[in-house]
Design a protein around this ligand. Sequence first.
Ligand SMILES: Cc1cc2nc3c(=O)[nH]c(=O)nc-3n(C[C@H](O)[C@H](O)[C@H](O)COP(=O)(O)O)c2cc1C
Length: 162
Amino acid sequence: MPKMLIAYYSRTGNTKALAEAIAEGAREVDGLDVTIKPIQEVQARELLGYQAIILGSPVYYGTMAWEVKKLLDESVAFHGKLSGRVGGAFATSANIAGGNETTILAILNALLIHGMIVRGCASGDHYGPVAIEAGDARSRDQGELFGRLWGELTEKLFGGPA
Ligand SMILES: Cc1cc2nc3c(=O)[nH]c(=O)nc-3n(C[C@H](O)[C@H](O)[C@H](O)COP(=O)(O)O)c2cc1C
């Protein structure tokens, strides 16, 4: 069964809440195993065990928190081994236009350099789900939608008879 990791950094709970909405959507996809956990608890080596890796960060000065960058930098030890897997990113900020998209794109840059497959969304949050602070019904819906979309892609690419 394909496995998805949703790893997030969250100091005050906003990014964690969005991660939970994504996990809820992903869990609607049959035949997908979903793990959600704080990024500080993820060892770079563990990434090899997942067919989909979705990373979330609060916006800190327009980009990801160092805890997220740390895992990405440590993942260089496995460079090339994540090629062809599904990648995605999400972010929360205090302000509209406070840097959610720049933060998502910074994370996606690293995932693309790993050779991962990144998808977008034609409606709503195009680059990945975002929330302003604790979020609202809109951000929860977008989180769930992305969870489903990334989950369906993962299942399509890696699912099927064992
Ligand atoms: C060090 C620091 C830098 C921040 N930089 C920004 C920023 O550039 N733009 C913005 O809109 N919010 C910024 N914020 C606000 C956080 O991105 C926002 O509150 C976020 O939702 C916190 O997520 P968390 O609850 O998961 O920790 C910053 C907060 C901190 C602590």
